[in-house]
Design a protein around this ligand. Structure first.
Ligand code: T68
Length: 820
């Protein structure tokens, strides 16, 4: 039976069990019904905003019902469930994605058009739920979508930040941050469950006593915060399942500080209330380093404690025991941010459910698994012991015991190797180390690309890997391509459906059916015509937002990602200035017109990153206003990069910039999104670029730069940036310090040479410059031959199927979570 028939039968079954299967839906009736209930009006007299809310509520109700039926079925069959713990879910917009997944897009488009509404205008009202910084948060959302599409019971747990990732504005060339009040409209997707609020305890101290010969421990004198769950329903493509993303919001308990009230200290009582509720106020906007702030620790504990309590409660209700937890529940720790799962699960099992240490430890280890997303030491979370003990005294005492037993074990494995033992400890040098906590406990630890996992195994986690190599594995990241290709590039999707059939909508590997057309001139021309349309759409947006006119026939060269020195946006803009100088020197030369497009947010306190944004903006002013280069070179910085902006930029890309210093980008996922939309990568052999290269071969990617081991070797030998400066490159650096850009960027030039501690630029930007410039010359040469470039683009689309999040989630399900 093919999957379609199978899914038809499933819908039939759903129809038998369910009074309201979505196939029987009459869009107009449904909308009118919701409008009457919520606003007391109908389509004929509703405003656009009312229609938006009614549409969202209707969809939400459909998903609620689907989730109920799916949940009951999973309970009946006693299916193992996975809980994905992540401080971030970068959901983006939901309405279009849900309608698409439910197969209702066309029907609602028509029903609304009949009533005089344009569904695209309604989509534009849907705000981005920006509950994440970048790749890590977006990955979590892609995995929720994929798991749901494949009928896996998966629940996401995170925080209902009132303010998501800040809105970025460029003011006088400098990034400014503004609050993102997404709940103003986005609340429509959330369903509060006040009755399921959970108590989370902070502060106080640990008390130990004997109770009928039993040793008991508890936290006393604590302050309570209530965590209230809000459900966001997640749909999956053509699936019977609907899953939930549960977002916790902090609230003071109802009975809060009555003593203060009765003394008439009304203001103090309300102050405390406000303090408690700040916990879920705002997403920390740093994706690159840890600050060790008290509020961040409280956010992490709120998420972990509330989620684990609710998981255990549900589990006990189903099975009346906790001993089978690892057989029925998998809990995944997305980077170290929810690593408190380890001591908190131990605490709940021991203090609240009377388990002994050994059995609790066995259950904890077999239930938890962990994904690492970075090898950069400044991003590996560590907490100051005093802060940690002050906020979480009981959890701290459990960490101490975990550490004591760990060290005892390590002393046997690595006798007298104190350096190693210290490096592997959970508590050392007055810090609690969250990565080591995960390594000590989790039954599986994975990296996010082949190269990254190699670096974990042979580099930063080598000592752990030596003891238990079987716990380490790779799961290369994947993307929800139905959002990133099918929804964001409808032109290409419709064309592909006609050309190779619609199988790729269900199985991304079917994109390979494109390969036989790689020498078909008509197909290549069609693909370029579609790309041209998408470039026109982006050009219109650029003109609208930046007032800059760009040529859709120029090469659209795109670097969109968080701003970080290791990602080397600086390398890109230096090269742009280098091209600028070449054109100025030879204004009538034969030059392939190019448009360089950037979008990136910098962490609010990351001054160097903000300076790089300023440099890009300054370069764009100089270049875009210089009549000598005007039709040949343009530079654009698009502000406020977010999911919905990416959905417009990506389909328009010719060239995808993935130019991090090798060994630092764990995987990258933007590289995959751009590839599946037909962009050709210019990149280093870093992260998943290595696997993109494996897929497309040397011919269909522009590689340059040092490999990871060469970076290591050069660093060992001693990196002297000045050795890599040619006269042309020096002239570019001089532009930064001379003031021709309207301001001086001496700091940035210094950062490329030596920092204030006398250490050379760790990102070795100048070392890769010449080869990058060579690869960019190759790009221009190949692009002259339109057919050849179109063929490269086709091959990139055809070979991108492996980067589907369906494949990634299946690997997690089979190899880590052991789902059926
Ligand atoms: C990214 N990490 C990796 N971190 O940089 C990227 N960090 O290579 C990888 O593709 C992606 O994860 C998915 O695996 C992040 O995005 C964060 O956002 C982050 C947030 C808070 C603290 C630390």
């Amino acid at each position: 039976m093919n999957k379609k028939q199978n899914s038809k039968q499933k819908i039939q079954k759903l129809a038998e069990n369910d009074a309201r299967p979505e196939r029987a839906i009459q869009p107009t009736e449904l909308l009118n019904d919701t409008l009457r209930r919520i606003f007391g009006c109908e389509l004929a007299d509703a405003t656009q905003k009312q229609v938006y809310r009614a549409l969202c509520i209707s969809v939400r109700e459909l998903l609620t019902e689907k989730n109920r039926v799916f949940g009951n079925r999973c309970t009946e069959k006693e299916r193992k469930e996975v809980y994905y713990m992540s401080m971030e879910f970068l959901v983006g917009t939901s309405l279009r994605n849900n309608l698409f997944n439910l197969g209702l897009e066309a029907e609602f488009r028509k029903a609304l058009a009949d009533a005089g509404f344009d569904i695209d205008e309604i989509y534009a009202i849907d705000p981005d739920a920006g509950l994440g910084n970048g790749g890590l948060g977006r990955l979590a959302s892609c995995y929720m979508d994929a798991a749901t599409g494949m009928d896996y019971p998966m629940t996401g747990f995170s925080i209902r930040y009132e303010f998501g990732i800040f809105k970025q504005k460029i003011v006088d060339g400098w990034q400014m941050e503004f609050p993102d009040n997404w709940l103003e409209m986005g609340d429509v997707w959330l369903q509060a469950r006040e009755d399921d609020a959970v108590e989370v305890k902070f502060g106080g101290e640990v008390r130990e006593w004997m109770d009928n010969d039993r040793f008991k421990v508890a936290q006393v004198g604590y302050s309570s915060v209530m965590a209230v769950p809000y459900d966001m329903y997640i749909s999956g493509y053509d699936s019977d399942a609907a899953n939930r993303l549960v977002l916790w919001s902090a609230k003071l308990p109802q009975s809060f500080d009555m003593a203060a009230f009765s003394r008439g200290d009304y203001v103090r009582a309300l102050e405390r209330n406000a303090m408690a509720e700040t916990i879920s106020k705002v997403l920390y906007p740093a994706d690159d380093h840890i600050q060790g702030k008290r509020l961040r620790l409280k956010q992490q504990y709120l998420l972990v404690s509330a989620s684990l309590q609710s998981i255990l409660k549900k589990h006990y209700k189903k099975y009346r025991t906790y001993t089978n937890l690892p057989e029925k529940v998998a809990i995944h720790i997305n980077d170290t941010h929810p690593a408190l799962c380890v001591p908190e699960l131990m605490r709940l099992l021991i203090d609240e459910h009377d388990f002994g240490w050994d059995e609790a430890w066995d259950i904890t280890c077999r239930t938890l698994s962990y994904t690492n997303h970075t090898v950069m030491s400044e991003a590996l979370e560590r907490w100051n012991v005093d802060l940690f003990r002050e906020q979480l005294p009981r959890v701290y005492s459990i960490c101490q015991e975990i550490n004591r037993r760990l060290i005892e074990h390590l002393c046997a494995v690595y006798p007298n190797d104190w350096g190693k033992i210290n490096y592997m400890a959970v508590i050392a040098n007055n810090e609690v180390r969250m990565a080591n906590l995960c390594l000590a406990a989790c039954h599986k630890v994975n990296g996010v690309s082949k190269l990254h996992t190699d670096i974990l195994r042979n580099g930063i986690f080598r000592d752990y890997c030596q003891i238990t190599p079987e716990r380490f594995l790779n799961v290369t990241n994947g993307i929800a391509y139905r959002r990133w290709l099918c929804q964001s590039d409808p032109l290409l999707t419709d064309y592909l459906k006609q050309l190779i059939g619609g199988d790729f909508l269900r199985d991304a590997r079917a994109l390979e059916k494109l390969l036989p057309y790689q020498n078909d001139e008509k197909v290549l021309a069609d693909l370029m015509a579609i790309k041209r349309k998408n470039k026109e759409r982006l050009a219109a947006l650029i003109e609208n937002q930046n007032g800059v006119r760009v040529d859709p026939d120029s090469i659209f060269d795109i670097q969109i990602k968080r701003l970080h020195e290791y990602k080397r946006q600086l390398l890109n803009i230096l090269h742009v200035l280098y091209l600028y100088r070449q054109i100025k020197a030879n204004p009538h030369g034969d030059f392939m017109p190019r448009t360089f497009i950037f979008a990136a947010k910098a962490s609010a306190g990351y001054i160097r990153a903000k300076q790089i944004i300023s440099l890009i903006v300054a370069a764009s002013k100089l270049i875009n206003n210089d009549p000598d280069v005007n039709d040949k070179l343009k530079v654009v910085f698009l502000e406020d990069y977010k999911v919905s902006l990416a959905e417009i930029i990506i389909p328009a890309a010719d060239i995808s910039e993935q130019i991090s210093i090798a060994g630092k980008e764990a995987s990258g996922t933007g590289n995959m999104k751009l590839m599946i939309n037909g962009a050709v990568t210019i990149g280093t052999l870093d992260g998943a670029n290595v696997e993109i290269h494996e897929q497309v071969g040397d011919e269909n990617i522009f590689l340059f730069g040092m490999k990871a081991h060469e970076v290591e070797e050069l660093w060992q030998r001693g990196y002297h940036p000045t050795e890599f400066i040619t006269p042309e490159l020096q002239a570019v650096l001089d532009m930064l310090t001379s003031g021709v850009l309207g301001q001086r960027f001496d700091d940035l030039v210094d950062s490329l040479l030596t920092n204030r501690f006398g250490t050379a630029d760790p990102y070795m930007t100048l070392a890769d410059f010449q080869d990058y410039a060579r690869a960019q010359r190759d790009v221009a040469a190949v692009y002259q031959d339109k057919q050849r470039f179109a063929r490269m683009s086709l091959i990139n689309i055809a070979k991108a199927g492996i980067f589907s999040s369906d494949r990634a989630v299946k690997e997690y399900a089979d190899e880590i979570w052991n789902l059926d």
